[in-house]
Design a protein around this ligand. Structure first.
Ligand SMILES: C[S@@+](CC[C@H](N)C(=O)[O-])C[C@H]1O[C@@H](n2cnc3c(N)ncnc32)[C@H](O)[C@@H]1O
Length: 216
């Protein structure tokens, strides 16, 4: 499989600057900032979780949580054991500020998902969620393959055996995600996303896949 062309979106500097600006906007006029792949994709994942009747005491983590809006929506639905991690201090600051202003309790940690020692301290979760984080890691200009593989290993380490890993990507197709994650996960289902037709071929702008861990 070919690697993606490296981009600034793969660097920590990019996210630090981006969330610094979002934090400033939030403080000055209450704008929570960008919800990646739009609110509809967030809603589709939320609806899938609600349809499964997943217990509100389940442990849920958002990996690369950004402004934490996905966790905030889950909290509004009654989910109580919520963790948000990001490697950008400004993202954690933004998420913490928004959650505090809405009286929502989220356990935030400043963690690089590629740092295995730190990741292992997190424990295990029933739902591990990623929207756009694996994409960002895949765009790193240096050694993206090694980083992607480390990421998959670390995601596997924090997913409960009976849990789910839910990923939304705009850079990889459903088939590519299944092939890449098959070392540790099997496809449980795909959450339908809007499709487009081009030259007689049907494609999707984003893919949302639910994986179950493999017993290794
Ligand atoms: C495309 S944004 C998505 C943010 C959020 N999940 C959303 O859907 O709005 C990617 C996020 O991943 C975070 N990120 C990228 N690499 C990371 C890493 N190695 N460890 C932790 N977070 C990372 C970035 O700081 C950023 O918040």
């Amino acid at each position: 499989m070919e690697e993606l062309e490296g981009s600034e979106l793969g660097t920590k500097e990019y996210w630090d600057t981006s969330y610094k600006n979002e934090l400033k906007n939030y403080k000055s006029h209450g704008d929570v900032g960008e919800i990646w792949f739009d609110e509809d994709s967030q809603l589709r994942i939320l609806n899938w979780i609600l349809k499964q009747n997943i217990n509100t005491n389940s442990k849920i983590i958002d990996v690369g949580c950004g402004n934490a809006m996905f966790m905030i929506e889950l909290a509004r639905e009654g989910y109580k054991c919520l963790t948000g991690i990001d490697y950008s201090y400004n993202a954690i600051k933004l998420g913490t500020s928004i959650a505090k202003d809405q009286n929502i309790d989220i356990d935030f940690h400043l963690i690089d998902m590629l740092n295995t020692d730190d990741v292992n301290k997190l424990g295990k979760f029933d739902i591990v969620h990623d929207k756009g984080t694996y994409d960002a890691i895949s765009l790193h200009p240096d050694n993206p393959k090694v980083k992607r593989e480390k990421y998959i290993e670390n995601i596997s380490a924090i997913t409960n055996r009976s849990g789910f890993f839910i990923i939304t990507s705009c850079n990889w197709t459903e088939t590519e995600l299944i092939n890449t994650f098959q070392s540790h996960f099997a496809k449980f289902c795909a959450i339908p996303t809007p499709s487009f037709k081009f030259g007689g071929k049907v494609g999707n702008v984003v893919s949302s896949i639910v994986f179950s861990p493999k017993v290794l």
